[in-house]
Design a protein around this ligand. Structure first.
Ligand code: ADP
Ligand code: AMP
Length: 217
C-alpha cells in the first residue's frame, strides 16, 4: 500500500501513523521528522529548512521534493510507504504522482484527517514529543506514565519550538491556503478517504483501518 496522511497540523497524523506502522509495518515517512533531524544535525538541508520551519512556513518545494524522492528510492519503501505531512502543495502532489509513475507505483489511498482550529490549538499547545524516538504525547489527552519521560524509551519529552501560539496560527493559515486544495485534487482521483480527527485516537484508527483491511470500502 502507498498511503498519504493529509490534514492540518495537530489533527493526529503522526499519532495515527504510529498505530498503522505498529499493525501493518509500513515505513512511516514524516517530512517534518526528516527536516527536524536535519536541523539537529546542522546539515545543509537543515540549515536551509530551519528558517522556514521556525516561522511556520513551508520549506520550498524543490528542497522538499528532492528529499522525498531520495527517501522513496530506499528499498524499504518499494512495496509500502506511509507519507505523513507530504505532499503539502499542489506542486508537491504533482511531483509525487510523476515520481511514482516513473518508478512503477501509484498512490493507493489518501486519508484526510480533519479537525477544527479550536481543536488544533489545544492539541498543539499540549503536545510533547520524545527527543529520542519522536513518540507523541499530550499533557491531557495522552500523558506519559512518568512526567516528562517517554514510555517507550525513557527519553526526555520536549515541546516542539513551532508549537507556540503565534507559529501555530501561521501554520493553520498556511495549511488552509496551500494544503487544503489537495483534498479536491485527490477526491477527483477517487482515492480520498475523510476521517473525523476530532474523535478519540482509537475511534479515528478504527475508521481508518477499515479502509486498509477492505481497501474497496
Ligand atoms: P499531527 O501529526 O497531525 O501534527 P499529532 O499526531 O502529533 O498531529 O497530534 C497532535 C497532538 O494531539 C499530540 O499531542 C497528540 O497526542 C494529540 N492527539 C492526536 N490525535 C488525537 C485525538 N484523536 N484525540 C486527542 N488527542 C489527539
Ligand atoms: P510537521 O512535523 O509535519 O508539522 O512539519 C513541521 C514543519 O516542517 C512544517 O511547518 C514545515 O516548515 C516543514 N515541512 C514538513 N513537511 C513539509 C512539506 N511537505 N513541505 C514543506 N515543508 C514541510
Amino acid at each position: 500500500m502507498y498511503l498519504v496522511l493529509l490534514g492540518p497540523p495537530g489533527a493526529g497524523k503522526g499519532s495515527q501513523a504510529e498505530l498503522i506502522t505498529r499493525e501493518f509495518g509500513y515505513p512511516h515517512i514524516s517530512t517534518g521528522d526528516i527536516f527536524r533531524a536535519a536541523v539537529k544535525q546542522e546539515s545543509v538541508l537543515g540549515i536551509k529548512a530551519k528558517q522556514y520551519m521556525e516561522q511556520g512556513l513551508l520549506v520550498p518545494d524543490d528542497l522538499t521534493n528532492a528529499m522525498v524522492a531520495d527517501r522513496l528510492g530506499a528499498e524499504d519503501a518499494r512495496k509500502n510507504f506511509l507519507l505523513d505531512g507530504f505532499p503539502r502543495t499542489l506542486d508537491q502532489a504533482a511531483f509525487l504522482d510523476d515520481y511514482l509513475e516513473k518508478t512503477g507505483r501509484s498512490l493507493s489511498l489518501v486519508f484526510d484527517i480533519e479537525a477544527t482550529d479550536d481543536i488544533i490549538v489545544k492539541r498543539l499547545s499540549g503536545r510533547r514529543v520524545c527527543s529520542c524516538c519522536s513518540a507523541i504525547y499530550h499533557l491531557e489527552n495522552m500523558p506519559p506514565k512518568i512526567n516528562g519521560c517517554c514510555n517507550a524509551c525513557s527519553g526526555t519529552l520536549i515541546q516542539r519550538s513551532d508549537d507556540q501560539p503565534e507559529t501555530i496560527k501561521e501554520r493553520i493559515k498556511v495549511y488552509r491556503k496551500q494544503t487544503e486544495p489537495l483534498k479536491s485534487y485527490y477526491a477527483r482521483k477517487g482515492i480520498l478517504r475523510e476521517l473525523d480527527g476530532g474523535k478519540p485516537v482509537e475511534e479515528v484508527y478504527a475508521c481508518l483501518r477499515q479502509f486498509l483491511v477492505a481497501p474497496g470500502a
